[in-house]
Ligand binder design. Structure first.
Ligand code: FES
Length: 575
């Protein structure tokens, strides 16, 4: 329980003028210029950390949500004050939004800590904003609630149901293969994202919303409710009311996001066939609180957690269907014997109590029973071996099992630019049984680990009908993508990991059965290649100022969440 005598509301964290009385007087005076009465300024303050931006379509409804949160706060006797932070809209940031997630988390952490609030409601939704808000809140460690904008609803195109962004990729692949005309792809472009909200499938945003709920950081059932549903506003209002109730309690992120809660969230991630990006974000959130996310433990959890949710990109349905089917509580109830039910949540109830109180109705077309799952094992596996000493990730639920045991020749692309220049070259020496390898797209690369791991099937193979082949890189992949794709190879090529030494024609062995990924090149050859690599690496011009320097100096590898090393709980400093 927090200190009952600590100052509340506007009396918290006074600006330092060397005279506390003057500081409080000046703050009230300035605040009263916004029209607050003296009695309102005496109330406890609920900060509403909002990330609306004209560069973020997924956050379009945030002003309306903030109004609803304020309604809940005022009804419960608090003073709601919203404040902005930077926003990260997936499609608008170059080279990739991940490069700015840690920056946003610092903005959240420092503004929550520096401004006078007793509790904070975090309002985000798009892929990187929810992780950034949870990371920042975990470090600031005052009572916090996550509110998400909610998923988009679906639309239709010529009788077919469409939703961002699995269908974006499916149609683009068909366009590349010549099956869809220029006019059709333009028409589809206008139908993919036709409402407010986050991507309509179990992509990264939906996965992170589900994880926030599984951690206990948002009200039960709040993850899946669509952005356009009136229930979304009622959840916002309830978040405001709940925030007031949390003031002065010890329902802080460090109490709620425990090691057990992280394990629960990992199980949910596996059961929903969630995004590979969530592994990176969960590792970063956990790292803020001193809990390592062990990739070997991920495999143990994956082997004992079935996939229960039939959603795109791996299944048939959309988030709006999951909401109607019972939402994340229905999924967690199905696997409750695997969960730590004594974990506490923002309401002060245990997870077990939450699940007991949830409506038992469930749509079995979307949420399968534990005894009849979509797959008996979890959606993600980590791989280790001479090509990935720090680990790599494969989303097996989105992959072709006939490609799981494979030794083949590599066709190597040195960078994203090299890939773009050559992948569709009719003269490219590549066959359907080869393995495509992309280098220099990891966290230490200039590109900042973009979602480029979904390497396009070379046009000549796509045109011949090939839908999938083994592809590997140190990049990430969008949560809405699918294919036999090995990601997050660590250490990454730009750091001098073994991936940096792979050359065209080398042989690589992937074994999902053995959880292994090996480069079949002898040590003497690799030593020669390493010497040449070191000479070239020394010539690379590194950033010397600003955020680019900070990022380049302190970013960690994927298994450490790509967080800045100094932001982890113990602030370990530069590697
Ligand atoms: Fe924002 Fe997909 S682009 S959630």
């Amino acid at each position: 329980m927090s200190d009952k005598n600590e100052p509340r509301g506007m009396k918290r964290g006074l600006t330092n003028y060397g005279d506390a009385g003057f500081s409080a007087y000046l703050r009230r005076s300035f605040a009263s210029s916004m029209g607050y009465s003296r009695s309102m300024l005496e109330k406890p303050v609920v900060g509403i950390c909002q990330s609306a931006s004209g560069f973020n379509n997924c956050h379009r409804t945030i002003p309306e949500l903030v109004d609803a949160v304020k309604r809940g706060v005022l009804a419960a006797g608090g003073l709601p004050i919203d404040f902005p932070t930077i926003s990260l809209g997936e499609a608008y940031l170059t080279p990739t939004s991940l490069k700015f997630r840690n920056l946003m988390s610092m903005d959240v952490e420092e503004m929550v800590r520096a401004q006078p609030m007793d509790v904070v409601v975090l309002v985000g939704g798009c892929d990187k904003t929810v992780p950034a808000q949870l990371m920042g809140a975990a470090s600031a460690d005052i009572p916090s609630i996550q509110l998400v904008t909610g998923p988009m609803s679906t639309s239709n195109y010529r009788g077919e149901r469409l939703g961002a962004c699995t269908d974006c990729r499916r149609y683009w692949a068909r366009y590349r293969a010549g099956e869809v005309s220029e006019q059709q792809i333009t028409e589809v472009e206008g139908r993919l994202a036709s409402t407010a909200g986050t991507c309509a499938v179990m992509g990264t945003a939906s996965t992170m919303a589900s994880i926030a709920e599984a951690l206990g950081m948002m009200p039960a059932g709040a993850a899946a409710v669509p952005a356009t549903d009136a229930d979304r506003l009622r959840i916002a209002e309830e978040s405001g009311r709940l925030a007031v109730e949390m003031i002065g309690t010890d329902r802080t992120p460090s109490k709620i996001i425990s090691a057990k809660a992280i394990e629960n969230a990992t199980r949910v991630l596996l059961a929903i066939g969630g995004s590979t990006n969530a592994i990176v974000h969960l590792a970063a959130i956990a790292g803020r609180l001193g809990h390592p996310l062990d990739l070997k433990r991920l495999n143990e959890l994956s082997d004992t957690t079935p996939v229960l949710v039939d959603l795109k990109p791996t299944g048939a349905h959309y988030m709006i269907d999951l909401a109607a089917a019972g939402g994340i509580p229905a999924v967690m109830r199905e696997m409750r014997h695997l969960l730590h039910l004594d974990c506490t949540t923002i309401e002060g109830r245990t997870l077990g109590e939450r699940l007991d109180e949830w409506d038992p109705w469930v749509d079995r077309a979307v949420v399968r029973p534990f005894v009849d799952p979509i797959s008996p094992t979890g959606g993600l596996v980590s791989l280790f071996g001479s090509l990935a000493p720090g680990g790599a990730i494969l989303k097996r639920s989105a992959a072709d099992p006939t490609l799981f045991e494979k030794e083949a020749r590599c066709v190597v692309f040195e960078s994203l630019e090299d890939l773009a220049a050559r992948v569709d070259d009719p003269a490219l020496d590549i066959a359907r049984d080869d393995i495509m390898v992309l280098k220099n797209a990891g966290p230490r690369s200039e590109s900042g680990m973009p979602e480029a791991g979904y390497l396009p099937i070379p046009k000549k193979l796509a045109a011949a009908g090939l839908k999938d082949m083994v592809r590997m890189s140190d990049a990430r992949m969008s949560g809405t993508a699918y294919g036999t794709i090995v990601l997050h190879i660590s250490p990454d090529a730009a750091s001098g990991g073994p991936l940096a030494l792979v050359e065209n024609g080398d042989r690589v062995r992937l074994s999902v059965r053995n959880r292994s990924l090996d480069l079949l090149v002898d040590d003497a050859t690799l030593a020669k290649r390493r010497a040449a690599f070191e000479i070239e690496a020394a010539k690379v011009v590194k950033p010397t100022r600003g955020h680019a320097w900070l990022y380049d100096t302190f970013v960690t590898q994927a298994e450490d969440g790509c967080d800045f090393s100094f932001l982890k709980k113990d602030g370990v400093g530069a590697k």
